[in-house]
Design a protein around this ligand. Sequence first.
Ligand SMILES: NC(=O)c1ccc[n+]([C@@H]2O[C@H](COP(=O)([O-])OP(=O)(O)OC[C@H]3O[C@@H](n4cnc5c(N)ncnc54)[C@H](OP(=O)(O)O)[C@@H]3O)[C@@H](O)[C@H]2O)c1
Length: 377
Amino acid sequence: MTSQTHRRAFSRLSNIISSFNRSNRLSPIRRLSTSASSDTLPSTFKGLIVEKTRGNPPISEIRDLTPSQLPDFDVTVKVEYSTLNYKDALAITGAPGVVRSYPIVPGIDYAGTVVSDRSGTFEKGTKVILTGHGVGEKYWGGYAEFARAKPSWLVKLPESMTTKQAMSIGTAGFTAMLCINALEKQGLSPKHNFQTKVLVTGASGGVGVTAIALLASLGYRVTASSGRKWTHETLTKLGSKHIIDRFSDEKVRPIDKELWDGVVDSVGGVTLAKAISQCKTNCAVAACGLAGGTSLPTSVFPFILRGVALLGIDSVYYPNAKRDEVWSRIAAKVPWNLFESATTVRRPNELSEMANQLLSGKSEEIIGRTVVDCGAF
Ligand SMILES: NC(=O)c1ccc[n+]([C@@H]2O[C@H](COP(=O)([O-])OP(=O)(O)OC[C@H]3O[C@@H](n4cnc5c(N)ncnc54)[C@H](OP(=O)(O)O)[C@@H]3O)[C@@H](O)[C@H]2O)c1
């Protein structure tokens, strides 16, 4: 046989095996052996792996990976950009609570181009975004040149957005939009001349900067709470009208002076308790994070005497059917020209160092969102 005939025969055989597997629902192990060949991936590609063995500190390093190591999901994506979120920093440094099993390629979000889709949901070449669904925690994530996902986890990139812009938003920014949507569903709305006052805590973090940019562009008067003075100029550029210090270890009175029509909180702990205590009657706090702690030192008083609502936000398992709408609102409302000042693009080999800086909460380098260029392994 000529090599061309060989290739045609091999391709026909692959198709037959793939369709046989789909119709017979073969076990993941048998399907794994066929998926690599139908993807037309290179025999090796680069990725950042975190490995942890009992009694040893975690190792994170860039290695050559093979297609058969990727999870056996239908859609193979050429990853263009991923990001560094708080959870990713925990995963890279081997902190407990995020990664379910090692070894893992972290990266809880990514954007890229579909290489192949066995389910037929996405055409080859479609630009897609993935955030959440346990990727980078339970399943291999975005810190590699290629990734595989279930079709139901992916969202088509809005037409007006690039993959880099999508990841400058990433999980943190998507969550900021969910917080604002939840507050508005609860009754928050912009009034004439920026009269509706919203507090954003953890302001120079990923959730914080996106919340500020979105809120300001929607017509809210934003107060940013931030502990890092060098970021204040950027926070003002993004739309903060006032900047206050972090609420640190002060004793929190459950009911305090009424200041806020709404709050986006990504810090938790004392900060969340203080924000609740300063919420106006019948207003709400959207709580999504724990950068400052997991406790909540408050009492029932703000809830039963002021009707304050505490809205919990989870982006990971937010229904995929509703995600297009959220991404479209982000695409329309983020002031992209300003937002670039709160985004840094880094190479994958910088991730370990950046992760430690991010977790310190005191970085003099990181502000807002850190995009990872997965074309630069
Ligand atoms: N629920 C969800 O679906 C969801 C999704 C995304 C993120 N999150 C959570 O939201 C939080 C923020 O995520 P992120 O990606 O924005 O992280 P990030 O970029 O690290 O931002 C966190 C910000 O919190 C402030 N901060 C850090 N340590 C602090 C401390 N000890 N006390 C008070 N403030 C502190 C800092 O802001 P300043 O320096 O300006 O004070 C920091 O920039 C994390 O806990 C993350 O896990 C949850």
